[in-house]
Structure formats: structure tokens, C-alpha cells
Ligand binder design. Structure first.
Ligand code: ATP
Ligand code: LTN
Length: 326
């Protein structure tokens, strides 16, 4: 059975980009693979966080995982900082990663610009991510397209260590969705939808009220042509909305374009509001139930225990192959 690992940062409200690009796959993969899903709080602190908010967001993400259908009876769900081997392996991988490799990471280059005084952790972020993945002998990593370069680095590190010290790590593969792999911002469809965009209307969060979803979609940037057709280059706004429509409804973009022949953007957007809200309604309802239950914390504790066992087995192998410890 193949092993699946993925993580989401508890840094804000989960949006439909996170859901369509990554989280939705988590649920599909549960039957037929051994899945491990993590809330990566140590990645979150690569940029400043308010401790109270961070704690709240950790439980929010955990509850959302379960609200969308991740089942802690089938999958291991845990908080990264509860398993100390992530940081331990991170150090060892640091010593097998080059400054040049990390300097080329586009996410770092972008995030560095937003930060007045970037931390070493922000620079080192991809190595901790490689550690998350390699610690569990992961075969498959379901993530959004924006993580391709980080997955490639994790593979390079695994191959390098295996070459130097003998077979130590499984070389992982990324798994990217065909539709929804890159959901764009509603206000600027040339940049990706992001948790950290200060404009609230740039995104639709899974827990937004139906009215807010409506406002965000109705005010989404489009163009003045007035024809619903797909062209990312010429019509990035409408194309993004078509992708979102397709991902939530399961209909192909071609079919949707055909259905809206002769219709204006207003009609199309109104229907899209319906499509999105119908999909989000059950998630919102389940979230409320789970977020306030005591089973949530129990499931995370149990998950951390199971994850630690697997992680410790890997650490023994790594240390032994590298000549570390007694
Ligand atoms: P930020 O934008 O603040 O860096 P984020 O929205 O990228 O945060 P993460 O926790 O870093 O959130 O990402 C969680 C998962 O969602 C990752 O697998 C990532 O690839 C995916 N993802 C993030 N944004 C998008 C997007 N706009 N479209 C598709 N997938 C996305
Ligand atoms: N960098 C990822 C979050 C992340 C992750 C991981 C994803 C941290 N560790 C391990 C998959 C596997 C992001 O989504 N921005």
C-alpha cells in the first residue's frame, strides 16, 4: 500500500484554492493508501505569528480536515510540533542541502520581499518540508502546483542522501490535481489565491458565510468583452471563474462554456455563487460540530503518537546509516 503525506499551514482561513488544489485530494486518497495529514505549525512560524491566533488556527485546520471528510480512523492526523523528529531530521537534511539550492526557491524569493527582516527559518522552510515528507517513507505528496519546486528539492535531497549513505529514504512523487491546481485571486487573476492577501475579497474561504461568498464572486475582476470563453492569457478572470465552476460542479469547462453561450457575466456569476455555496454548505455545518467536540483533540493526540512511532523508526535508520549517535 502506498504512503501519502501532506500538510497545511495553520496561518489563516483555508480558501477554495487550498481546498481544490490540495485538501480535496486528501479525502479521495484515504481509501487505498495509508494517509498521514499534518498541520504544519513549525512552518507557520517562519513568519511572525500571534501565539493565541496560531493555537486557534491549528484546531481550525484540524477541524476543517475532518469537515471535508478526512477520517481520523482511516488516516493519521496530527500537529507537526507534537512530533519532535521533524526538527531533528530537518537539521540532518540541512547538512545535506546547499545554500544555492535554497536561494533558487521562488516561494522564498517572493516571501522575502514581503518581510522586512526574513528569518533563517523562512530560507530553510523547504528543508523542513523535505523532512516532513522523508520522515514517513512517503510515496505520494498531494499538493497544489505552487509546491512543485519544493517537492523536487525533497526528491533531490533523498536521492543525494541515498547516494552518499546507502538506501535511506523513499524518493517521493508530487500529485497535482488537473482542475483547481492553481486557483487565482478574484481581484487579480494573474496572482494565486492566497491566505496572506490583505484584500478579503480576493479569496473565498471554506467557512465564509453564503453572503460573503456572493459578494466576492459578484465583484470578481473580469473583462469588458462580455463573452464567456476560456483563455487564460486574454481572459484570466473569466477563465479562473470557469475553472472554479468546473472544479465544484464536476462539469468540463467546454460544457459550461456551451451552456452559457449568449449569457452575460452577471448570470454566470450568480449561478457560480449557487454552485460554490451548495458545495460549501455541508462543510460549514460539519465544521461547527467538530470544532467544538472533545474528540478533535483526542484524535490529534492519537495521531501524534502513531506518527511518532513511524518517525522514530526512520530516525534510527538515518542515524545508523550516517554514523550518528552511539
Ligand atoms: P500563503 O498564500 O499565505 O502562502 P497558502 O494559501 O499557499 O498560504 P498553504 O498552507 O501554504 O496556503 O497551502 C496549503 C495547500 O494549498 C498547498 O498544497 C498548496 O499548494 C495549496 N494551495 C495554496 N494556494 C493555492 C491556490 N491558489 N491554488 C491551488 N492550490 C493552492
Ligand atoms: N509548504 C506546504 C505545506 C507543507 C507541506 C509539507 C505539504 C509543509 N510540509 C509536506 C506537503 C508535504 C504548503 O502548502 N505551502
Amino acid at each position: 500500500m502506498s504512503r501519502v503525506f501532506s500538510g497545511v499551514q495553520p496561518t489563516g482561513n483555508i480558501h477554495i484554492g487550498n481546498y481544490l488544489g490540495a485538501l480535496r485530494q486528501f479525502v479521495d486518497l484515504q481509501d487505498g493508501s495509508e494517509c498521514i495529514y499534518c498541520i504544519v505549525d513549525m512552518h507557520a512560524i517562519t513568519v511572525p505569528q500571534d501565539p493565541k491566533e496560531l493555537k486557534k488556527h491549528i484546531l481550525d485546520v484540524a477541524a476543517l480536515y475532518m469537515a471535508i471528510g478526512v477520517d481520523p480512523k482511516k488516516s493519521i492526523v496530527f500537529v507537526q510540533s507534537d512530533v519532535k523528529q521533524h526538527a531533528e531530521l530537518g537539521w540532518i537534511l540541512n547538512c545535506n542541502t546547499y545554500m544555492g539550492e535554497l536561494s533558487r526557491m521562488t516561494q522564498y524569493k517572493q516571501k522575502k520581499q514581503k518581510s522586512e527582516n526574513p528569518s533563517v527559518g523562512l530560507f530553510d522552510y523547504p528543508v523542513l518540508m523535505a523532512s516532513d515528507i522523508l520522515l514517513y517513507d512517503t510515496d505520494v505528496v498531494p499538493v497544489g502546483n505552487d509546491q512543485k519546486q519544493h517537492i523536487e528539492l525533497a526528491r533531490d535531497i533523498a536521492i543525494r542522501v541515498n547516494g552518499k549513505y546507502g538506501k535511506t529514504f523513499v524518493v517521493p512523487e508530487g500529485r497535482f490535481m488537473k482542475s483547481g491546481a492553481r486557483v487565482m485571486s478574484l481581484d487579480d487573476p494573474t496572482s494565486k489565491m492566497s491566505k496572506s492577501n490583505p484584500n478579503e475579497k480576493s479569496r473565498i474561504c471554506l467557512l465564509d458565510e453564503p453572503g460573503k461568498v456572493k459578494k466576492a464572486i459578484m465583484s470578481a475582476t473580469t473583462d469588458s468583452e462580455g463573452v464567456i470563453r476560456y483563455s487564460i492569457k486574454e481572459k484570466p478572470g473569466i477563465s479562473n471563474l470557469l475553472d472554479i465552476y468546473s472544479a465544484f460542479s464536476g462539469k468540463s469547462v467546454a460544457k459550461i462554456v456551451k451552456e452559457y453561450e449568449g449569457h452575460g457575466y452577471g448570470d454566470f456569476k450568480k449561478d457560480l455563487v449557487e454552485v460554490v455555496n451548495t458545495s460549501l454548505d455541508p462543510i460549514r455545518a460539519r465544521f461547527e460540530e467538530i470544532r467544538n467536540s472533545k474528540e478533535l483533540v483526542e484524535a490529534l493526540k492519537d495521531g501524534a503518537e502513531k506518527a511518532s512511532e513511524i518517525a522514530e523508526r526512520t530516525m534510527k535508520r538515518v542515524k545508523s546509516n550516517m554514523g550518528l549517535g552511539l
